[in-house]
Structures are given as C-alpha cells and as structure tokens.
Ligand binder design. Structure first.
Ligand SMILES: [Zn+2]
Length: 249
C-alpha cells in the first residue's frame, strides 16, 4: 500500500486535508475521538431540540484508527449531530466493504472553512476501493443542523424552531389581548347604551297629567273626567303644589 496516512496542514488553526488507506484493522468510526482532544470552536452547548441534548460533538475527518494522539488531533473537528449522522452513513459503506472483502479503501477528506471561521462548513469525503472498482464515492457532508443557525466564527447557535414557536406564542398572546380589549370596549358601549335607555324610560315615566282645575296630578289623562289635561313633568307638578291622585297614582 503506497499511502498509509497523510495530512496536509490547514491554514491557521484550520484542520487540513487528510488521506488514509484503510483495512479492516485500521477502520474506526469517526465519532470515536480521544476525550483530551479539544478541536477549534468546540463548546459545551446544549439544546432541548437535539436528541441527547448535546449540540457540538467531536468527529474525525476519516474513519481511521490512529496510533498517535497528535495525528488524531490533526484530523479532529467540531461537528454537529447531523454531520455525524452523514459521516456514519458513508462510513458504513466503507466498513461493509472492508468486512466483506478484506481489501483496502483509500479515503480522502477535505474540510471546507470560511476565512476566520472556527468551525468548518462541511467536508468533501471521497473513497475508492484499491483492489477492485466495487466502492467509489464522493460526498459532501454538511456541518450544519436542521432548524439551527450556527455562527461558524463564534460557535453561537440559534434555535430557529424555538424562536418561531416563541414568536407564534407572542403573536397569539397579542391577538388574545386585542380580543379582550375589543370585548371590554363592546361591554362598555353596551353598558352606556343601557344606561341611556334607562334614563329615557325614567324621563317618560316621570311625566304626569294635571287638570285645568283641581289640585291632583294623574298618571292617566282620562282619570276623573279631566277635560284637556296638560302633560308636565312630575317635578314641575310638585313644584306647583299638585299632589298625587289617590285613584291613578
Ligand atoms: Zn287620577
């Protein structure tokens, strides 16, 4: 095997490209990373909208067992759970092939970084079986997470789903407040109208009839054979000294 393991130094702190020739013995899942390694941009970030709650994980660029921790450090990146799922899909193809054939697979990974970023956007992963043409692929594995926005420079995350839910909740609360205010205003107008009607009824009821001659006021204009009685307000009749009719009032 001409190529066993090769890394090309990345710019600044960035992890560079790596190439390895794998066989059954040297295969190891990319998620298997020495605990003491802390890749750039790695933070303990949790989120309730992630399975297991842990947002950032450590991942190797290649599914390769490495003898030396300094080599492992050179190919370890800060990744998302979604990246890890993408990697494990392609790794399982390599693993199945190695187990089935006992052959070798040449694997190459090129991480893609934006300038000044601590986290890579993703990696280009290529594999080719050495002894035959059975296995061959080139894939882009995204270092993203559905429903999240990741700041690749600061490793800050935005939970877009949670933000949308909170915005929707605030909108519904505002709608409810507006509806309550509308109902309160309707009730106030209804109460005002009822008060006005009550006043009108009162003013109608407080009208009385007084005769041309006599000292009583009546509620019934036909009481006591009155001729052409006058309608006046109760308070007016009282102020003129009239008293209530015992028959109709
Ligand atoms: Zn009367």
């Amino acid at each position: 095997m001409p190529v066993q393991f090769l890394t090309i130094k990345g710019e600044g702190d960035h992890v560079g490209s790596a190439i390895v020739t794998l066989d059954q013995k040297s295969f190891e899942e990319s998620s298997h990373v020495n605990e003491s390694i802390v890749p750039t941009g790695f933070t303990d970030t949790t989120s309730e909208n992630i399975d297991g709650g842990v947002f950032f994980v450590k991942s190797k660029l290649l599914p390769s067992k490495l003898s030396d921790i300094s080599l492992e450090k050179q190919i370890t990146i800060t990744a998302t759970p979604s990246f890890q799922r993408g990697m494990s899909h392609w790794e399982s193809l390599i693993k199945d092939y190695l187990e089935k054939t006992n052959n070798h697979v040449l694997v190459r990974a090129d991480p893609i970084y934006e300038e000044n970023a601590a986290l890579c956007n993703g990696i280009i992963l290529q594999a080719r079986s050495v002894e035959d043409d059975e296995l061959s692929f080139k894939a882009y594995v995204y270092n993203e997470q559905p429903n999240f926005e990741i700041n690749k420079q600061t490793s800050e995350i935005r939970d877009l789903k949670k933000e949308a839910e909170e915005a929707e909740k605030a909108r519904l609360e505002e709608e409810q407040r507006a509806e309550e205010a509308r109902l309160a205003e309707e009730a106030r107008i209804a109460a005002e109208e009822a008060a006005l009607r009550a006043q009108q009824v009162q003013s109608i009821e407080s009208q009385v009839w007084i005769p041309r001659t006599g000292s009583k006021y009546h509620s019934n204009p036909n009481c006591s054979n009155m001729k052409n009685p006058s309608q006046v307000s109760l308070s007016q009749a009282q102020s003129w000294g009239y008293e209530p009719c015992k028959k109709c009032y």
